[in-house]
Design a protein around this ligand. Structure first.
Ligand code: F6P
Length: 541
């Protein structure tokens, strides 16, 4: 199908969904009351992840409309194109082959062979570090790893290492530095012995400002601690597709782990960008993570769309975004160790879907990506859940629960799960004016007082959510969860008709940042806006 005909179909499909939305008003309470099997019928499971999407504004006919929409937009064809390595990233003329990073078995393609070679390189390197055979400038074994990277070269491995805390080795500590704010690096290295510390400079482009500056400062720190220039190779390795720039920085060619232009930064934790995971948790753990992601890939590739977890999540998101005016979506992992998951998902979703033009460059006539936000449960309940329950906006929520306790404190785990379940229940159920009045009167308030107070106690309810259940927070299930969201974002991009694999929007800020830096100590150009000139004068010059 041509992009023009797809655009026409998309407009028609969105119109059809909108008219369905306007014609049929229902309440979630009623949907459950009228169907005792609703929870089971609107639930599905794959690759160790159970999805209950029954608390959504979906009837069978709604779901059918969404699935028809996916068919009309050739979703199946686009999934095949992605997995077959077509040039799906049309503005950069390349495929997006993050799924090749987690292939299992024998390599079958050129890409998989490159990945297999890289895995061996990572494994050997980790063995050398773990065995104490990789030594620093004083002859001491390495005991601290500092990953210097930002965005996709930071968020994924940082989140995974934290999530897999029980798998972390005791003989090595892995740290992460991302921010250009020098406090990030200096606070991190303040307590570290330079002679036992190895830096990974993780940057696909090897030109990212933050990473370069932090790497230069780290280099100076090691030199100041007594390392000779010719010993620097013992303290720096790199992950990059820009071999020349990494070598120019002083990294020995044999210590450069490859990245490829067919892997997007935000999809790269499965590549050598995942080196901190291997070092912190061991190579087998990393393999398990890959196998969980691969299991989700297989499900994504083969399951019919009505049972396909990534497709369902994306269709539901699309439904709220296009027809319910939902400008944001909240993600609430009820697991302390998944605290960094929302930040990882923010980059994945917002950098992919924050676009205003279609694949062919035409201005979109409908909303695209929404704001993704959230924090670990139950903490959010005591800060922003008030707005979820009583605010004026409809904010669909994804709850993520882990069935097995993640600590010895089993009793607390039961409370954690009770909190998680009760929040989606409260969003669905709400509290009517009548219920609020009755409750107040029961508490001893006069009729008049109850009348005055009740509106403040009304909780509208009828607010949608998904609940995803992971059996355990282990490498396999984590891999599966992350791949699920990667594919969800891809499907959402297909439905929106945009290219989710470029991120040109961030370039302007980078360019202007460099120009402002250049203006420090001098005169700001007269054609800059007054506020920018004033800020420069007040803050720097
Ligand atoms: O500026 C955005 C971005 O390019 C992200 O897409 C990427 O993950 C991040 O910067 C880091 O890029 P690099 O790995 O090239 O340093």
């Amino acid at each position: 199908m041509t992009s023009d005909s797809l655009a026409v179909s998309r407009t028609a499909e969105i119109a059809r969904l909108k008219s369905h939305h306007q014609q049929h008003k229902w309440s979630l309470r009623d949907l459950f009351a009228s169907d005792s099997q609703r929870a089971q019928r609107f639930s599905t499971e794959a690759a160790g992840i159970y999805l209950d999407y029954s608390k959504n504004h979906l009837r069978d006919d709604t779901l059918q409309l969404l699935l028809d929409c996916a068919d009309k937009l050739d979703l199946r064809g686009q999934i095949t194109a992605l997995l077959d390595g077509a040039n799906i990233n049309n503005t950069e003329h390349r495929p997006a082959l993050h799924t090749a990073l987690r292939f299992q078995g024998q390599p079958q393609t050129e890409h998989e062979q490159a990945v297999a070679d890289c895995r061996i390189q990572m494994q050997k390197f980790a063995e050398k570090v773990h065995s104490g055979n990789w030594r620093g400038f004083s002859g001491e074994p390495i005991r601290h790893i500092v990953n210097i990277g930002i965005g996709g070269s930071d968020l994924g491995p940082r989140m995974v290492v934290e999530a897999l805390r029980p798998w972390q080795r005791e003989d090595i500590a892995v740290h992460f530095v991302a921010n250009i704010d020098g406090a990030d690096l200096s606070d991190t290295i303040a307590e570290l012995p330079a002679e036992n510390t190895l830096f990974i400079v993780a940057s696909k482009s090897f030109s990212t400002l933050e990473t370069r500056q932090n790497a230069l400062s780290a280099r100076q720190w090691i030199l100041d601690a007594g390392c000779r220039e010719d010993q620097l190779a013992q303290h720096f390795v790199a992950v990059s597709s820009n071999i020349v720039a990494a070598q120019d920085f002083g990294i020995a060619p044999e210590n450069i782990f490859p990245m490829w232009n067919w892997v997007g930064g935000r999809y790269s934790l499965w590549s050598a960008i995942g080196l901190p995971i291997v070092l912190a948790c061991g190579y087998e753990t990393y393999e398990e993570l890959l196998s969980g992601a691969h299991a989700m890939d297989e499900h994504f590739a083969s399951a019919p769309l009505e049972e396909n977890l990534p497709a369902l999540l994306a269709l539901i998101h699309f439904w709220y975004r296009q027809c319910w005016g939902a400008g944001s979506q909240v993600v609430l992992p009820y697991a302390q160790r998944l605290a960094k998951f929302p930040a990882w998902l923010q980059q994945l979703d917002m950098e992919s879907l924050g676009k205003s033009v279609a694949r062919d460059g035409h201005q979109l006539q409908y909303p695209s990506g929404s704001v993704i936000w959230g924090t670990e449960g139950s903490n959010g309940q005591h800060s922003f859940h008030q707005l979820l329950h009583q605010g004026t906006d409809l904010i669909p929520a994804d709850f993520i629960a882990v069935k097995e306790p993640t600590s010895e404190l089993r009793e607390q785990h039961q409370w954690l799960l009770a909190c998680c379940i009760s929040q989606s229940q409260a969003l669905l159920r709400g509290k009517s004016l009548h219920e609020a009045r009755q409750e107040l009167e029961k508490q001893g308030h006069t009729h008049r007082e109850a009348h005055a107070l009740a509106p403040h106690k009304v909780v509208p309810g009828n607010r949608p959510s998904n609940t995803l259940i992971m059996e355990r927070l282990d490498p396999y299930h984590l891999g599966s969860l992350l791949a699920l969201y990667e594919h969800k974002v891809f499907v959402h991009g297909c439905l929106l008709g945009i290219n989710p694999f470029d991120q040109w929007g961030v370039e302007l800020g980078k360019l202007l940042g460099a120009q402002i830096h250049e203006a420090i100590g001098g005169e700001a150009p007269a054609d800059w806006d007054g506020s920018t000139r004033q800020l420069l004068a007040l803050l720097i010059n």
